[in-house]
Every structure is written in C-alpha cells, then in structure tokens.
Design a protein around this ligand. Structure first.
Ligand code: UDP
Ligand code: MG
Length: 155
C-alpha cells in the first residue's frame, strides 16, 4: 500500500555549480512529487556534522564535510506517496557507475564522492534532516498538487 511521506533532498554544491538545479527539480516534479520547501544556503560546519553524523569516522568523512560546504546547496522538502524510496530511485546508487542509466547520478555525477544530489534514506532520517535545514513555518503544504488530486479520485 502506498504511504504519504516527506523527505529531505539537496542539490549538493557540485550540482549547483554545474547548473543542474532545474534539471533535478524537474525529475521530481515529473514523478508527481510535491515541492513543499525550498531554499539556497551555505551549510555551516555544525549543520554538516549533524547531517552526516552517521558517517563520522569513515575514511571519506572529512572530505564529505568539506564537499558539502564547498559552495551553496539547494535544500528541499518533497512530499508524496513513497517519496523516500521513490526519490532514492530517481537519484540512483551513490556511485554513478553503480546507478541505473536514467537516474540523476548515472546521468550527471562525476564520481561517487561528488554525486550531485542528496536524499534521505528512511522516515527517521528524513525528519531529522528536515529539522536541520528547515523550520516548520518554512514548509508549505497547504496547496493540493495534481498527484494528490488524482490519487484522491482513485481512492
Ligand atoms: N561518499 C563518499 N565515499 C564513499 C561513500 C559515500 O564520498 O565511499 C559520500 C557521497 O557524497 C555520498 C555521501 O558520502 O552521497 C553519503 O554517503 P551514503 O553512503 O549515505 O550515500 P547516499 O545515501 O548519498 O547514496
Ligand atoms: Mg545516505
């Protein structure tokens, strides 16, 4: 059964620098997901460490923290049916050589470390990550989008 969820998605600094913001947003909109939060910001050290706490101690951690702070990111909250697994599917595997062709990372990422986009991997991490980047009053869920209307019609 489908389940309505929220997730945190970010265009990482390499994606912003390469002009891929519109391309990435388009892919989530095409799928029928609903954009409910959006901002461009510089990630602080504190935010970066909170965001990537699960990776602390791993060999790639220091570079990951530098990477996410190497330029502005575009932070987003998306809502939709099964949006967490659905957005992971749209993004593809962490490394572009493992990702399916047609996913964002297969189509645009240069290497595993610089892979253009972030997306939460569970409901728990989604809510934790949303809270790092957004206040609830910055999230706009009051309008109905097409996917919500269609699914309502189908029951
Ligand atoms: N990463 C890396 N080297 C690795 C694995 C991951 O540099 O061997 C980076 C990469 O930018 C990745 C992020 O760390 O997106 C978080 O890793 P995770 O395993 O959570 O991958 P994701 O959930 O982003 O697919
Ligand atoms: Mg992850």
């Amino acid at each position: 059964m489908h389940k309505e969820q929220r997730t945190f998605i970010a265009v990482k600094p390499d994606g912003v620098k390469r002009g891929l913001v519109g391309e990435i947003i388009k892919r989530f909109e095409n799928r029928g997901f609903k954009l409910i939060g959006l901002k461009m910001l510089d990630v602080t050290s504190e935010m970066a460490e909170k965001h990537y706490a699960e990776h602390k101690g791993k060999p790639f951690y220091d570079r990951l923290i530098r990477y996410i702070q190497s330029g502005p990111i575009v932070a987003m909250v998306w809502k939709g049916y099964d949006v967490i697994i659905g957005s992971r599917q749209i993004m593809g595997a962490t490394s572009p050589v493992d990702a399916q062709v047609g996913t964002i990372r297969a189509d645009f990422a240069l290497i595993k470390e610089y892979n253009v986009v972030h997306g939460s991997d569970s409901e728990e991490s989604a809510e934790r990550e949303i809270a790092i980047y957004f206040n609830e009053d910055e999230i706009h869920d009051e309008y109905e989008n097409m996917a919500e209307m269609v699914i309502e019609d189908l029951g």
